[in-house]
Design a protein around this ligand. Structure first.
Ligand SMILES: [Zn+2]
Length: 81
């Protein structure tokens, strides 16, 4: 259960909760995801979560986003099985 964690006053600013990492992993399993999409999912620190997943042994690669038209270069992340 994550109820107790959600009651912490820093909830809106602190993104180290396991649920954020789980959401990133679930999203990556669904398909390649770019940073903008993670931001839209309210996971602004997705980069840190992806780093943690890599350290946990997941093979996640970077590509330049090909899903959207971005004004600046965006990274898209792909989970390799
Ligand atoms: Zn994109």
């Amino acid at each position: 259960m994550v109820l107790s964690e959600r009651q912490l006053p820093l909830t809106g600013l602190e993104h180290t909760r396991p649920t954020q990492r789980d959401r990133v992993l679930t999203q990556l399993r669904d398909g390649p995801t770019c940073g903008t999409e993670f931001s839209e999912m309210h996971i602004p620190r997705y980069g840190g979560r992806i780093l943690e997943l890599r350290q946990a042994g997941f093979n996640i690669t970077n590509e330049s986003c090909w899903k959207h038209q971005h004004y600046s270069r965006q990274t898209i992340y792909r989970l390799r099985s």
